[in-house]
Design a protein around this ligand. Structure first.
Ligand SMILES: [Zn+2]
Length: 122
């Protein structure tokens, strides 16, 4: 049997997707300071913005709650997997924020928390 090369995952490792969040035009003009093509990244717990970039805090507030879920492996039928657009919270603004998965990274439980593995019993 041929062996397939697999990524080395530490015993306390888990997978998160890296995300890119990008401004796209909707069906109405944009009211806020967004520009088509503005973007930022989510990598692990960090948000990464291009140097000197500005991003609406109101839009960010609408986007943030979905990012931890979009970073995680999801069931095939989960709407969180298929839906990738968030509307600007200003109802008069046409901006849409498109979330895409750009890659995977392996993180270690012990690097993210001091709570020991197995302590999260329901
Ligand atoms: Zn807007």
């Amino acid at each position: 049997m041929a062996e397939t090369k697999q990524e080395q995952v530490p015993e306390d490792g888990f997978t998160l997707y890296d995300l890119k969040i990008e401004v796209e035009a909707g069906d109405k003009p944009m009211v806020c300071s967004h520009h088509v093509g503005d973007w930022f990244l989510a990598q692990g717990e960090n948000l990464i913005f291009p140097e000197g970039a500005a991003f609406s805090m109101y839009a960010l507030a609408a986007i943030l709650p979905l990012l931890p879920a979009k970073q995680r492996p999801l069931q095939e039928n989960d709407w969180m997997l298929s839906d990738a657009y968030i509307a600007c919270p200003d109802p008069n603004c046409g901006a849409r924020f498109h979330i895409t998965r750009t890659g995977k990274r392996i993180l270690r439980h012990g690097d993210c928390t001091v709570v020991p593995l197995g302590a999260q019993k329901e």
